[in-house]
Design a protein around this ligand. Structure first.
Ligand code: PLP
Length: 446
């Protein structure tokens, strides 16, 4: 593969952008390829190399890179009417109505500009509404680059910042627990339930290899928060309108949170974020309430037009069925390959999210085959071996993923997320043929 142009651009970028990138996950070693354009399920780099893309912008691109004609013309028409105004527009009402119609827990929506902004505002809202300061988050969860959740710590203990520049005082208000550990979260609530404003959790750990909830775990989160007057906040920035179709992951798992954060898919590839919930809580936001929240670009007409048109298209076509079928095909193909080539690894995911997980303990004798990726099914013969928390996803494999696996898949023409924690995404533009080629590439590389 030629790579001269990407190398040249990277050298230039290193002088003007810290690490040559604008988000650290893009800084793959020895250097990232620079994208020239997207094309359906593919991206083409600055040297003309074409890859099957499973990064999909880290999740927003539900339909792939090219948009259907009607979606594109609505965005073009909004652009020619001017990109933004700083006054309300009809599209804000329409997208809020669309979300409220489909997502059971949502009555009202506040639009912001990113997932980080959505989770930051949701945490402030939960604190303002309950009058409490502490929040509980999952180890291995990610809620964006915000002060309250860039925190690590022992289960149930006082957290400490996981980035320099964050005051200890912020982290001390955050308690971490392992995902899928019912006892840990119950103990935390027994000890300090009356100090806790909210549990903030991704229903599927999208930033920790798509590890899913075991039966009953999300119900436990609902129960303990209800029992102690705390809010349950689902961070559906990644899963929202991707897993569980228009009802989102909360619909799929049948657990109704108090608040939900959205981003990615609801902006159709443009910057966006949102917080949704019942009027009683949402009206605590300014101007109706006293929890301050504001933004120059909030409810940006271009992002909201793109998001609304993309979601309408998904609602009117077989988008979610296609994605679920293709996801099953890919996961079961991967499960077969892993059985033969790399039994110490496993495949996870739901609908259009998937990941091959390098599990913690290395090769094991796993008799019986996982049928279609770990959905935490207790009847699956591999159930006990499948990852249930961050501790089960091998930190020791980071080097192998980044130095060997990712570059080898790239050489095969497959663009995966650059570390072993980030989930990967199918789009409506992916085809059976893409999946077949991808399976061949995995087989070769594993
Ligand atoms: N929450 C989750 C679950 C995410 O996956 C992300 C980003 O990947 C965020 C929040 C932060 O979103 P953004 O990058 O738009 O700020």
């Amino acid at each position: 593969m030629h790579d001269e142009r990407s190398r040249e651009l990277y050298d230039r970028a290193l002088s003007v952008l810290p690490g040559g990138v604008n988000s650290p996950v893009r800084a793959v070693r020895p250097y990232p390829f620079f994208v020239e354009r997207g094309d359906g399920a593919h991206v083409v780099d600055a040297d003309g190399n074409k890859y099957i893309d499973y990064v999909m912008g880290y999740g927003p691109l539900l339909l792939g890179h090219g948009l259907p004609q009607e979606v594109e013309s609505r965005i073009q028409s909004q652009l020619s009417d001017g990109p933004m105004y700083g006054a309300p527009t009809e599209v804000e009402v329409e997208l809020a109505e669309f979300i409220a119609r489909h997502v059971q827990s949502v009555e009202m929506v506040r639009f912001v500009n990113s997932g980080t902004e959505a989770t930051t505002s949701a945490v402030r809202l939960a604190r303002g509404y309950t009058g409490r300061d502490k929040i509980v988050v999952m180890q291995g969860g990610y809620h964006g680059a915000q002060e309250s959740t860039l925190v690590e710590g022992k289960t149930g203990g006082t957290g400490s910042p996981s980035s320099s520049g964050i005051p200890d005082a912020f982290a001390e208000e955050t308690i971490t627990v392992p995902f899928n550990d019912e006892r840990a979260v119950r103990e935390v609530f027994e000890e300090r339930g009356d100090e806790i404003a909210a549990v903030l959790a991704e229903p599927i750990l999208g930033n920790c290899a798509s590890v899913g909830p075991v039966e009953g775990y999300l119900d436990t989160l609902r129960e303990v928060t209800d029992d102690h007057g705390a809010l349950l906040v689902f961070d559906e920035v990644m899963t929202g309108f991707r897993v569980g179709g228009l009802q989102c992951a909360q619909g799929k798992f049948g657990v109704t949170p108090d608040l939900t954060t959205f981003a990615k898919v609801i902006g159709g590839g443009f910057p966006v974020g949102a917080i949704g919930g019942p009027a009683e809580i949402m009206e605590s936001f300014t101007p109706t309430g006293d929890v301050f929240q504001a933004g120059t670009y909030s409810g940006h007409p271009l992002s909201l037009t793109a998001g609304l048109e993309m979601l309408r298209y998904a609602a009117e076509n077989d988008v979610y069925d296609h994605l679920a079928d293709l996801g099953d095909q890919l996961r079961s193909g991967l499960a077969d390959i892993l059985e033969d080539e790399a039994p110490e690894y496993t495949v996870t995911g739901y609908d259009s999210m998937f990941k091959v997980v390098f599990t913690r303990d290395g090769p094991r004798d796993l008799s019986g085959q996982c049928e279609a990726g770990c959905r935490q099914d207790p009847d699956c013969p591999r159930f006990d071996y499948c990852p249930k928390s961050k501790a089960d996803v091998s930190a020791a494999e980071t080097e192998r993923w980044e130095r060997l696996f990712w570059p080898a898949m790239k050489e095969q023409g497959v663009f995966l997320t650059a570390n072993q924690y980030e989930s990967q995404f199918l789009s409506y533009a992916h085809t059976d043929e893409d999946v077949e080629k991808t399976l061949e590439a995995y087989k070769e590389v594993l």
